[in-house]
Design a protein around this ligand. Structure first.
Ligand code: CA
Length: 543
């Protein structure tokens, strides 16, 4: 046994040496020949957003579940994903589960706490971090806290005020004798009203309440003990709708509490707003806000992918994000994405144009920070209309093998036609969108400067349809020394091939370390210049 292992290992190192020599002489056949120096274990990751209900059903009841996610971790790992975001998994009254009944349990539709522990363990075995949706703006109206508070209000005699010493839960929510706006609802059988901005059955929390904060600290202890690596904070900008500073303080409090329990804790917040507002919330000194201005049909990435803004416009936007966000928090980690569960899918926005979809993936995977892919985006899945259930359709694994394929959620249409093939067919098609995603993620994973490097514009490489940036990454090694490395990324967002002159001294000694072309053609460096095919991205470095 031992001997066999030694022989196997020697054979392996011989083969590795051989392949290295062949690679060195002939150049690698793959379009990414960057020398993989280190696997960087930090919070710059490629996340995959999973709506568990529609992802993979392990027990045949038609509802996706945690064990189904576990069964598909190898698929995600092979895609290059090293983080997953689970949309809400806690007991709830709705299919989407954004109204939480119990913050310290798993909804029985999805499985058990044991299933969750197993999922976490299997994630970590594969180097995948797991973050969960934390819905801290509101609870379900069926949450025990709210039910008890309402019972207490019903027991109050006319004219008496709330005494939190008698019922602490009455302080967890916003109650008033006055109906302050249309988003205030009457507590049945009383003359009290409660605030519920999103839906009458989602009462808003009063996060200024110390007892409630202690509950969320306990809840955080619970999930951190169960191995989570972070939170995705739902509706974070609404914690205190009329008071931005108070909301910023709440974000800062919960993040610092979690950080005190888990030093690598990650947090990404939903601040669905323009970049100035996002920048304001970065003053919470929490790591990430989703980059909504880059996302969606009117966002920078999709516009650049369909040629509505050119390459120079794209890099100007990237620099703009960097300037405005880093001014609030220089340690910010941007969180770009194409679409999420609330948005029309990118395949609809880009009219199912495969090249444009590949370009969108390429741009996303060369942006700063932690990227987020919404399940199904990698195979070009489509949504239908503006109703949420149709943005959350069952993952299209196969058209021949129905194993694990989930039923439609309530309200979803059964007649949404998919333009692109399911996973099983795209996996064996070298030029599929799915395999393009794999290449793009591999490029990002193998060149750490892409996610982490500070951007500066290379004016001599910018001519409208073509634009170049330099990314410089400085980090501290284990001896406390600072290491700096940089790469050059060049975009051609037009449909035509463009020659890029690299004869300036600044580019001396640079080699092509990776590239993405939507038509799978090659990019070669010849006499200090490269020909970039239409819709391509090229990365140069010291190799
Ligand atoms: Ca199931």
């Amino acid at each position: 046994m031992k001997l066999r292992f030694v022989i196997k290992r020697r054979l392996l190192s011989f083969l590795m040496l051989l392949s290295f020599m062949v690679g060195a002489v002939f150049g690698c056949g793959k379009n990414n020949n960057y020398k993989k120096t280190e696997i960087v274990d930090d919070n710059y990751r490629n996340y995959y957003e999973i709506f568990v209900h529609s992802f993979y059903d392990s027990d045949g009841d038609g509802i996706g579940d945690l064990n189904g996610v576990t069964q598909k971790l190898d698929y995600l790992s092979e895609l290059g994903i090293n983080g997953i975001w689970l949309m809400p998994i806690m007991p709830s009254t709705t299919y989407h589960k954004y109204d939480v009944i119990d913050y310290m349990d798993i909804d029985s539709e999805y499985g058990t706490m044991d299933d969750f522990d197993n999922l976490v363990e299997e994630c970590h075995k594969r180097g995948i971090n797991i973050i969960i949706d934390m819905v801290m703006n509101h609870s379900s109206s069926q949450n025990e806290w709210f039910l008890e508070a309402c019972d207490y209000l019903r027991s109050l005699e006319d004219g008496s005020q709330i005494d939190e010493n008698v019922c602490p839960y009455a302080g967890y929510y916003n109650f008033s004798k006055e109906k302050k706006s249309d988003s205030w609802y009457q507590v049945e059988g009383t003359d009290w009203y409660y605030e519920a901005v999103f839906w009458s059955e989602m009462p808003d929390f009063n996060l200024e309440n110390d007892n409630l904060r202690k509950e969320f600290e306990k809840i955080s202890d619970f999930w951190i003990e169960h191995g989570i690596d972070g939170y995705r904070m739902d509706a974070a900008m609404h914690y205190e709708d009329d008071d931005q500073n108070a909301t910023i303080e709440i974000m800062n409090w919960i993040y610092n509490y979690c950080l005190s329990k888990e030093p690598d804790f990650y947090m990404v917040s939903e601040v669905w707003a323009n970049k100035a507002t996002i920048a304001a919330f970065y003053k919470s000194m929490t790591p990430s806000m989703f980059n909504f201005p880059a996302s969606g049909a009117e966002g920078t990435i999709e516009k650049a992918a369909r040629g509505q803004i050119n390459a120079e416009g794209l890099v100007n936007a990237m620099i703009d994000y960097q300037t405005i966000y880093s001014a609030s928090n220089e340690d910010y980690i941007d969180a770009p994405f194409l679409t999420n569960h609330d948005q029309v899918r990118v395949a609809n926005n880009l009219m199912s144009d495969e090249n444009d979809l590949k370009m969108a993936a390429g741009i996303l995977m060369t942006m700063s920070g932690s990227t987020f892919i919404y399940y199904g985006e990698e195979i070009g899945m489509k949504s239908k209309g503006s109703d949420d259930p149709n943005k959350r359709l069952p993952m299209n694994w196969s058209s021949t093998d129905t194993t694990g394929i989930c039923d439609l959620v309530e309200g979803a249409d059964s007649d949404v036609e998919q333009t692109f093939a399911p996973v099983d067919e795209q996996l064996i098609d070298e030029s599929s969108l799915l395999n393009f995603y794999k290449k793009a993620i591999e490029l990002r994973n193998s060149i750490p400067e892409i996610a982490r490097g500070t951007i500066s514009k290379l004016d001599d490489l910018c001519s409208g349809d073509v634009a170049g940036i330099k990314r410089t990454w400085t980090r501290e090694d284990e001896n406390g020394d600072f290491l700096t490395s940089s790469i050059v990324v060049i975009y051609n967002t037009s449909d035509e091939s463009k020659e890029v002159d690299l004869s300036s001294d600044e580019y001396d000694g640079l080699k092509i370390v990776g590239y993405l072309t939507v038509d799978d053609s090659n990019i070669v460096l010849d006499n200090d210049s490269i020909i970039m095919p239409g819709q391509s991205i090229c990365v140069l470095g010291n190799g």
